[in-house]
Design a protein around this ligand. Structure first.
Ligand SMILES: [Zn+2]
Ligand SMILES: [Zn+2]
Length: 387
């Protein structure tokens, strides 16, 4: 458990991070702040510049054992903060409105505890990952040669969840967050005079047919294996003039499914439909903001559930998997992972809302969950065989 002084230190760290937010891929200063905060905990190594501005703080145990990774995110959002907090963002149009400042402070708290007690067994990696909001950071970290020697057996991360009671816990085995991808579909035809549209090639009929097809996936449906959600995020056709029949159109659509393979099939179906609607138009398709599904491993979940019981945390009434995506899913492919959720309070503005602010009171709770998980794994003789 964090001491009073440690709680004061990590709370101050969060406020410092909150004041100086940085966008995905530009988190150089945040990374420096984290590394300098944790240097006093005497880790065995601090690696920086992983997958961009990622920082891995490594604590080696006295005896061999599994590698356990805990992850927080470095990045903030391109939104102007609306609150009048004394530590509000000092940067125009950039703010920590997803609570990543709080996630970093929680992980830094675990670093303080490790600095006090050392690690009996195994190895702990505190990973401060860049570019979560764009879905690029986790993959970039995994692809970085510096990370090759740090491959974890277990990986844990949490996201705070406004609307749930403060400190209430939600975790379950299986899918925790959806796989998603942004498709940019472009129809290229030819403009014509609006009085002779037949002389050109308009994308309007193709667009109408595609919209009708995508509407089948627009309504919320059950979160079972057949779950498919398509959200049309942007449409653009022709130019705003009454004298010109349009020659090109563009659609941004975000697709979601419960697994990476289900998303691949969904993407192939939408692409085939987009081409089938095209008629004489050229079709261009590109993929953006790709997120893997986070799949929770039952053993990793059991450690979190037990931590919640030992700490007396109430169970949150929260449906899993959540529809949103989390790039933590990229770690699910090579480690036993658990993504869990902690309530950040009822009546709190939503994530990404200009008034959102992470509650400081959640930092010690999150830190205690991490510490409990760590103690359970390092004292579990079978922890190797379980993975
Ligand atoms: Zn976010
Ligand atoms: Zn977030």
């Amino acid at each position: 458990m964090l001491s009073h002084d440690q709680i004061t230190a990590v709370t101050r760290l969060r406020h410092d991070l909150h004041k100086a937010p940085e966008l995905s891929g530009q988190e150089a200063n945040t990374a420096r702040l984290i590394a300098s905060f944790l240097r006093s905990t005497r880790p065995d190594k601090i690696l920086s510049g992983i997958g961009g501005h990622g920082v891995a703080v490594v604590y080696q145990g006295k005896a061999p054992g599994p590698t356990i990774l805990f992850r927080a995110e470095l990045d903030a959002l391109p939104i102007t903060e609306a609150s009048a907090l004394p530590y509000r963002s000092e940067r125009e149009s950039v703010a920590h409105l997803c609570g990543h400042d709080g996630h970093m402070a929680s992980l830094a708290g675990l670093g303080l505890l490790l600095g006090d007690t050392g690690l009996a067994r195994g190895r702990v990696i505190l990973l401060f990952q860049p570019a979560e909001e764009t879905g690029q950071g986790a993959r970039a970290v995994l692809a970085d040669p510096q990370f090759a020697g740090l491959r974890p057996d277990y990986a844990f991360a949490y996201h705070n969840m406004p609307g749930l009671p403060l400190g209430a816990l939600a975790v379950a085995p299986g899918p925790a967050s959806c796989a998603s991808v942004g498709l940019r579909l472009r129809y290229l035809g030819r403009e014509a005079h609006a009085s002779s549209p037949e002389a050109g090639v308009s994308p309007a009929p193709a667009l109408a047919a595609l919209m009708a097809d995508l509407a089948r996936y627009a309504a919320p449906c059950r979160m079972d294996a057949g779950f498919r959600l398509a959200t049309i995020c942007h449409l653009n056709m022709g130019i705003p003039a009454f004298g010109i029949a349009p020659g090109r159109a563009e659609v941004f659509v975000t697709l979601r499914a419960l697994s990476d393979t289900a998303l691949e099939r969904f993407t192939a179906d939408v692409e085939a439909q987009a081409k089938a609607c095209a008629g004489g138009l050229e079709v261009q398709i590109s993929h953006h903001d790709q997120f893997s599904a986070s799949i929770n491993h039952p053993d990793a979940v059991a450690y979190i559930t037990r931590a919640g019981q030992m700490l007396g945390l109430r169970e949150a009434d929260f449906d899993l998997p959540m529809r949103a995506s989390e790039d933590f899913g990229a770690f699910s492919q090579s480690a036993a992972t658990a993504l869990f959720f902690l309530g950040s309070g009822e009546g709190l503005p939503d994530l990404h809302d200009p008034y959102f602010d992470f509650p400081d009171a959640l930092i010690p709770t999150a830190c205690s969950v991490f510490q409990s998980v760590l103690m359970q794994i390092t004292s579990d003789a079978d922890c190797y065989n379980r993975v």
